[in-house]
Design a protein around this ligand. Sequence first.
Ligand code: FES
Length: 99
Amino acid sequence: MSQLTIKVNGQTVHGNSREPLLHQLEKAGLRPEFQCRTGMCGACRCKLKAGAIDQGDAMAFIAPNEVLACCSIPKSDVDVEFDYQLASLPETKKAVGTN
Ligand code: FES
C-alpha cells in the first residue's frame, strides 16, 4: 500500500507507506517535536491509537502504545496522537513582484 491516511491529533493528512511518519507530517505542514531523527532521544514519540507501523531500530524508551515518529513507517492507515498541540508551518509567502 503506497497511499494511506494519517490521522494526527484529530486532523487527517495524506500519507504513504515509504517514508517515516515525522517526515510525512512535516511535508503536510505540521511541526512535531524532534531532536535526533534517529530513534535515540524520544522527542518525537507519540501514541499509536490505530493502525500498523514498521519501526526500525528505535533505541529511545517508549511506552508499549507509543511509537517514534522519526523512524516509524506506516504500513496501514494510522491514527496517532501527540500529547501537545502541533504547530503548523507558516504558509509560504507569495512572491511579490518588483517594478
Ligand atoms: S527525534 Fe529523536 S527519537 Fe525521534
